[in-house]
Design a protein around this ligand. Sequence first.
Ligand SMILES: O=P(O)(O)OC[C@H]1O[C@H](O[C@H]2O[C@H](CO)[C@@H](O)[C@H](O)[C@H]2O)[C@H](O)[C@@H](O)[C@@H]1O
Length: 349
Amino acid sequence: MVRFIEENTKHVDKETGNKSNTDVTTATKKVLQDLIINNGGLINSWVDSMRACSPTHLKSLMKQSSWLKEHPSALEMFEEILHASEGKQIVMFLDYDGTLSPIVDDPDRAFMSKQMRRTVRNLANCFPTAIVSGRCREKVYNFVKLTELYYAGSHGMDIKGPEQGSKYEADKSLLCQPATEFLPMIDEVYQRLMEKTKSTPGANVENNKFCVSVHFRRVDEKNWSDLANQVRSVMKDYPKLRLTQGRKVLEIRPIIKWDKGNALEFLLESLVLACVGYANCTNVFPLYIGDDRTDEDAFKILRERRQGLGILVSKSPKETNASYSLQEPDEVMDFLQRLVKWKQLRSGA
Ligand SMILES: O=P(O)(O)OC[C@H]1O[C@H](O[C@H]2O[C@H](CO)[C@@H](O)[C@H](O)[C@H]2O)[C@H](O)[C@@H](O)[C@@H]1O
């Protein structure tokens, strides 16, 4: 176990490229020793999971090339993807962080480029387009700033249709908030987590309205088990909340069965029901692009429904239910631009 972690942990943040001075090997051993001494089964598994990031890194287990055979580049397989969508209405689902904007240290500075915004605007002019994010809806809207999109914030627990300017408007009043009863609890947990984690340098607690994110990207690895303990000590008082993980972030959310997969299904049904010209659900071809563990819920739904397909944004092999891959947001932009061009050529625009 220690060797596996040593082999897979570098002094450079693999996602942002930022260097850290942490002696990761020593820190890793210390965390493991602490956990063995404390016999902290639960915390142990949390920290293991924090280290593995998201989705599970298989770098040393599977070669890049064989992974790429199973999840080929969506750019290289562009024609094949179009062929699969033939005769169907493409509907686009886009995650935000790590998909439309590069991963950065400070969550408040995860801006998308002007070029990406222009691309997404053009995309939404060609296909119904939704942003599905772990962030609260207002926050992700403030980054994207496009009124013509559907937005599903808080991991899909806060869904709203386009404000204006969409050719594909389902229903102006479209709103789905399946976790409203948890709002006071989430606020309380947010306050408690802020207080509890302030002794951990670099920890950052983000209120995402229907869920809370505890970021550990800027926390020295030797303090990860402390942070996990702090989160655990708050969460134990809230059996109606559960923990999931994203990229260097612990996500605290209601225990209800509602995730990005449910949001995807809800939006598909709404689009069909709202008579935007699709005869039935099978005429719709959803394309979902995301980079994170939480996006796996949506990829899984697409596989189960045998409808549309998922594209994982990742530079390294990861366990995934997506069919195709793209390496980074720049490749996502290329892919979206090709879709727009193809659509414009077809409709003679
Ligand atoms: O579903 P998403 O749109 O991908 O949101 C998931 C989380 O994204 C944000 O955190 C991630 O991006 C940050 C900025 O690049 C990065 O610093 C952090 O380490 C990543 O986990 C967001 O801040 C979270 O609230 C979202 O839950």
